[in-house]
Design a protein around this ligand. Sequence first.
Ligand code: NAD
Length: 363
Amino acid sequence: MASPSRRPSKAIRSRRDRPIGRRAGVRVLFRLFHSPCPKERLSVVKRVLITGGAGFIGSSLADALIARGDFVVLLDEFNDYYDPAIKRGNIAGALASGKCELVEGDIRNAALVDRVFAEARADVVVHLAARAGVRPSLEQPVLYHEVNVVGSQHVLDACRKYAPSHLVFASSSSVYGGSTRTPFREDDPVDTPISPYAATKRMNELMGHVYSHVHGLRVTMLRFFTVYGPRQRPDMAISKFTRLIGEGLPVPMFGDGSTRRDYTYIDDIVDGLLRCVDTPFDFEIFNLGEQRTITLADLIALIEKAVGRTAIIERMPMQPGDVETTYACVDKARAMLGYDPKWAMEEGVRRYVEWWRERGRAS
Ligand code: NAD
């Protein structure tokens, strides 16, 4: 059901209008008040705080916001889930633009999150920082809980206190668990997650609803369906398979190759995110996918074609936490956001492999 955006509560409005004083200690982190984003242009130029802003999706969104004239503040802890040098490379262009400030810090640190919000004075917050892998969450459930649930709680509390216009929050298709009713719709039951990661994302959705209902915080939750493209995390299937096939190394194929995924090209995800940055809702959940699926075996065949080499397939059993199918219904996002995913897998994989080759030549 569409819920038209309401104005912030009186308490929130008065907090937004109140000037927020500079606090000792934050100046050493960054100099936002000297940013080239004049306050009087805020109605046009947005100040967007992106947590996890150096990651795959966050840095791609940052570039798109900067390209259209917005100002971004990136908060990231550069953890070693994958090589932090890759994350620094992701944001080199954004930092050079003069329209970007970087804060290095951990969302598990409530005081730091509070200080960043106080200084950033963001119009919109996009919360992407998380531990993002499904399989590692089975090994480190406490870490996933601390970052994805407790860290996100700090972000919600800071939103409540500093009252940005709205919060856009990364959820995941994994909340649909082992559902076999396809395509997945936002109003499907999602109370049977099958990995700690999926459970943390569902908890985020529930707590987002609480903050919308109780505190009047406007929240948009986005269920991303396996995102791929330039800068994709190296632990994800398409980047891993491309590398292994390119180097002539065995490609582990979990299961018999019949599992299906709805892979979403990064440009479509960024387009959906921009629409959400521009459109507040009281509380909504949207699927962002392509509404198309491909089997694992066919995906490997596409990568073989783009790389120009045959894969050496190493059959492995299905992994716990892996789901059989993901398949997004994006009708709601089409109707309410104007989201219109454009990228077919053939073209998306070709573009990814092109980027991978260019990056290899450059390094
Ligand atoms: P990513 O790992 O590339 O980006 C996440 C960023 O968050 C990283 O740069 C990391 O350093 C940062 N981060 C992690 N823990 C942090 C902490 N405690 N404090 C501050 N920063 C921290 O991952 P991504 O693929 O860009 O995913 C972004 C978001 O989208 C995540 O919330 C993820 O769960 C969600 N998501 C991604 C996909 C996908 O296919 N990529 C699918 C569904 C949901």
